[in-house]
Design a protein. Structure first.
Lengths: 350, 374
């Protein structure tokens, strides 16, 4: 038996103590020090540094797109990423698939009393890196500390603002019969990586989250001249949820070809073992694109030229009948209805 | 995935189908016993590719489905206790009890957790000595060895805070019930490959001979099922009633002796109620007296009134192949995965769930309407 060591020093609020305390959220000296040392140091930019209650942004000269996202993933760190990179990429990707060029982020941190400050530092570092890689600035934020047990270590809310691209004309209303459905790479990697990290399942070390910013892939696709009608990043609920949402809001059906779905051997093996369908599992760096049939080949070619789209596949098409259904043709040529996942087989994956 | 693709090979499937077409000359009704087999058949569409004369009925081999309502209610009563951490396979959480389900218990503050192995519950009990940890031991002979090992491990560690709510069932008594049921149409069985991996298939020789039914021990991939059906049809056409093994890559005649020993050490055979079917004699497993201190039913005596299964749910008939899910009046209307009347609609191996998930509705108008409304 290991013995537990108790510290006999009183955990008085002081900045040398290496854990988050309630006082870090009280707004007083400790709060200011935390924000200055841990947050401002990472994200410093002319909009954030004055530490005003709001950031005054320049005239962006176009339509604005705004999105918001909350990250509550458990565990905080997993192969391929962590809650910090996920929080940044999540907001950036929501802007990207809306046809926007991502520019600014706001970040709200909800910290649990007792969170080790090195853990926070590591997460902030990862957010900084992700934001730099995306070319976005964190321009405002908020930090709260709640008593132990009120949240699980750290929750992060990110809000993103971007400028609508002039070449983007996207939406369910644009989808036409015969349009082709593309996915930018292998499915289910993120959800399976998080699940296996959380449950300590040994599913092979090739399972890594695909978390990545998609706006440059989207730009490549839009600039290729392909007629792009609809974009989504298939996060929770996977590709199945995206397509179900699409058919529910249009008069069409979609038909997928099971043998064309890109799934890595490790993800396939993990899905076999766990009884999951890769179409139902979350991704954090994949694009579902619906493009006109006559420009689909060009779209595939353009996406494949981008590193995040090198495994792009044309996996199905939009059809007329039966309206409202997602169909899946299997390797035996049989077509069946593909249901959405009901319930939550994989809670807190993002 | 190694060793799986060859059992999903379209060319091989085509050859087997052609062979099946040639073999089947008369109408036959056969049952796939295991819910995992049902899902493969419906998912791959094999049930719609085979000759019309060969009728498939779906069997009782879904452990979640056959767990009786009283056991679900019992699990919720125990899981609601503030001192209890209740661990279960994920499938059980959405099975409706009389009042709600285990997810409802969790939402109301109960400590209900999904584990992937019963040994995880033992580890949790070891790390949390202040909690009463209860594992919901359901399933056929396939899961019983793992739950038996969990009990042995808890005993070895001297844990006083671990117990199990045991609702294990045996597959052969259910098959006997089916062939003896008035109105039975089943003329041959695809036996459940994984149960046989543990138990072997020697026990089926007597069953096949006594009831004049061929039994083919069968796997779970499309090619397995087609081959199993071909072997079964060949026997039926020839008037043979033998036990054959299609799943030899996993099943030995004598099964897995280690696993059997673990089961026999911890459990003995008892009468057990099945959902919709009532009490079947000698059809279940219970903890032996030496392990009664780990029996959650004894540790947490019930104060609840006895459970009455809803009449509207015809899961008993579905489970023994007398009713196809889409023939049930409630299917897709008053019974959906979001609002299930019975377990077969929510279990991952349930026949009703398979029909729902893969869009098998007798009435296609109903299909769009009910799926849209959820």
């Amino acid at each position: 038996m290991k013995s537990t060591t108790f510290s006999l020093t009183c955990p008085a609020p002081n900045a040398d103590n290496e854990r988050i305390q309630l006082a870090h959220g009280e707004g007083a000296r400790l709060s200011r020090r935390l924000i200055r040392q841990e947050i401002l140091a990472a994200f410093a930019n002319p909009f954030l540094t004055p530490l005003a209650d709001g950031a005054i942004l320049p005239d962006l000269g176009g339509k604005l797109v705004m999105t918001t996202d909350s990250s509550v993933v458990s565990p905080l760190f997993f192969p391929g990423g962590d809650i910090g990179s996920l929080a940044v990429n999540g907001a950036v990707n929501d802007l990207a698939v809306s046809g926007a060029e991502p520019l600014y982020l706001s970040v709200a941190l909800i910290l649990e009393e007792g969170l080790p400050i090195p853990t926070l530092r590591r997460i902030i570092g990862s957010m900084k890196e992700a934001a730099q890689a995306c070319g976005v600035s964190v321009v405002t934020g908020d930090t709260k500390v709640v008593p132990r047990g009120a949240v699980d270590q750290i929750f992060i809310c990110t809000t993103g603002i971007g400028r609508l691209r002039s070449d983007a004309n996207l939406g369910v209303h644009r989808v036409r019969n015969g349009d082709k459905i593309l996915v930018s790479g292998t499915l289910g990697d993120h959800g399976l990586a998080v699940l296996s990290a959380r449950e300590g399942l040994d599913l092979g070390d090739q399972l890594r989250s695909d978390t990545a910013p998609l706006h440059r892939l989207v730009a490549t696709l839009l600039e290729s001249g392909a007629e792009v009608h609809f974009l989504r990043d298939p996060t929770r609920g996977g590709v199945a949820a995206v397509l179900h949402e699409l058919v529910e809001r249009s008069e069409f059906a979609v038909r997928l070809d099971e043998v064309r779905l890109p799934v890595s051997p490790s993800a396939r093996g993990a899905c076999e073992l766990l009884g999951l369908d890769p179409l139902h599992v979350a991704n954090e760096g994949k694009l579902v694109a619906i493009v006109s049939a006559d420009t689909a080949d060009a779209a595939v070619e353009a996406m494949r030229r981008h590193p995040l789209g090198s495994q792009t596949a044309m996996v199905g098409e939009v059809v007329i009948s039966p309206p409202g259904e997602v169909l899946l043709a299997n390797c035996f040529g049989q077509v069946r209805i593909m249901d959405e996942p009901s319930g939550a087989p994989l809670p807190r994956i993002c | 995935v190694k060793y799986v693709d060859e059992y999903r090979d379209p060319l091989l499937a085509e050859r087997l189908l052609a062979n099946l077409q040639k073999t089947v000359t008369r109408p036959w009704t056969v049952m796939e016993v295991c819910g995992g087999q049902t899902h493969t058949l419906v998912r791959s569409g094999i049930d719609q590719m085979i000759p019309n004369k060969l009728r498939l009925v779906h069997g009782p081999g879904c452990p979640v489905c056959v767990t009786p309502l009283e056991m679900i209610d019992r699990s919720m009563e125990i899981a609601s206790r503030p001192d209890v951490t209740f661990c279960s396979f994920g499938d059980m959480l959405r099975v409706p009890g009389t009042a709600c389900d285990l997810l409802g218990v969790r939402a109301a503050g109960g400590d209900v957790r999904v584990v992937y192995s019963p040994l995880d519950a033992v580890v949790f009990a070891q790390k949390n000595p202040e909690r009463q940890v209860v594992f919901f031991a359901v399933g056929f002979e396939t899961t019983a060895p793992a739950t038996a090992l969990a009990v042995r491990q808890a005993r070895r560690l001297g844990l006083s805070n671990f117990s199990m709510l045991v609702s294990h069932v045996l597959v052969l008594p259910a098959m006997a019930l089916i062939v003896n049921a008035p109105g039975n149409r089943v003329q041959g069985f695809l036996a459940a490959g994984h149960v046989c991996t543990v138990m072997g298939y020697e026990q089926y020789h007597d069953f096949a001979a006594r009831h004049d039914v061929p039994v083919v021990v069968t796997g779970f991939e499309p090619v397995d099922l087609l081959e199993g059906l071909l072997m079964l049809a060949t026997q039926l056409e020839a008037g043979r009633f033998k036990v054959e093994n299609q799943y030899a890559r996993s099943v030995a005649p004598e099964g897995n002796r280690h696993a059997q020993r673990a089961i026999a050490e911890v459990y003995d055979v008892c009468d057990r109620p099945w959902r919709g079917l009532g009490v079947l004699p000698m059809s279940g497993l219970r903890l032996r007296p030496a392990y009664h201190d780990m029996d959650a039913e004894l540790r947490f005596p019930s104060t609840a009134p006895s459970s009455i299964e809803p009449k509207e749910c015809r899961s008993g008939e579905v489970l023994i192949g007398l009713l196809r899910p889409d023939q049930c009046e409630a299917f897709g209307t008053r019974c959906t995965p979001e609002h299930p009347l019975g377990a077969p609609m929510v279990s991952s191996e349930g026949a009703c769930a398979a029909y729902w998930k893969y869009g098998r509705f007798a009435n296609s108008d109903l299909k769009s309407a009910s799926r849209r409304d959820g």
